[in-house]
Write a protein that binds this ligand. Sequence first.
Ligand SMILES: NC(=O)c1ccc[n+]([C@@H]2O[C@H](COP(=O)([O-])OP(=O)(O)OC[C@H]3O[C@@H](n4cnc5c(N)ncnc54)[C@H](OP(=O)(O)O)[C@@H]3O)[C@@H](O)[C@H]2O)c1
Length: 275
Amino acid sequence: MSKISAIDCRIGFIGAGKMASALAAGMLKAGVFEPDRVSATDVSADALKAFAELTGGQIWKSPTEVLQNSDVVIIAVKPQHLPHLLTDMQSGISDNLLVISIAAGVTLNTLEKGLNNTGRLIRVMPNTPCLVGAGASGYSLGTKATAEDASLLEKLLTTVGVVRRVEESLLDAVTGLSGSGPAYVYQFIEALSDGGVRMGLPRQTATELAAQTVLGAAKMVLETGQHPGVLKDAVTSPGGTTIAGLHALENGQFRGIVMNAVQQATERSRELADH
Ligand SMILES: NC(=O)c1ccc[n+]([C@@H]2O[C@H](COP(=O)([O-])OP(=O)(O)OC[C@H]3O[C@@H](n4cnc5c(N)ncnc54)[C@H](OP(=O)(O)O)[C@@H]3O)[C@@H](O)[C@H]2O)c1
């Protein structure tokens, strides 16, 4: 991932768990800011200790202290803890603060209301591969967030993967695709591995070959910029092995099933959301 020039702002995390640690570590590794610019608070002393050891950042006792000592605040607590936290934040919030929420399913409307329509808000839907620097995130701007805020957010999130701006109404589709998508791909890898074992390969070899094949194909799509169908045609010789395998996938309605998975997860996300 390319090196990004240092950003002169203080970033405070509320919630110092898995996602906060992954984001902070990715940003520090990319040189977006120095450790003295990152801080966090958490109700769990263990989570805070781990965060401080990982990042070298400052630790605060409360969300209010984070608000007082940050330019950008990243809310990284579980969605069920949001209502209580937003109430806690009301006394310290101001329009000088950029507040980024990564809490799944919590709408900008809920965040804005919870913070008395104060603060510049951005809602992000990240996914778990952020934990290994290969995330895929979607985001939407709140009413007061500026183009500069969007640009800053993209610089930050690019350190842990790919980020795309969408209308908030499409964040459920982002959830159905890239949010839930890693689980679909795990199943695909497991099935590829099972197929290899069925044909006599040892399990470990089959799983490693399967995972690397998915990684390699994904890199081909991203790095060549070619349509997946063009890349598929390029490896499909007449009467060969690949077209035989593809025929089996088509008979099983593979593509329709994957499309249905994205649709159903998107619809479920809409059902669960607080709007
Ligand atoms: N993990 C993912 O891949 C992923 C993907 C997409 C979106 N997200 C979103 O990212 C957010 C964080 O997820 P995570 O997996 O990083 O969760 P996590 O590891 O459980 O971290 C959240 C931390 O926040 C603490 N906390 C709870 N209430 C707090 C409060 N009022 N003030 C300060 N700290 C508080 C929790 O302490 P306790 O454990 O003691 O409650 C916990 O240590 C969630 O909203 C989730 O929807 C996560």
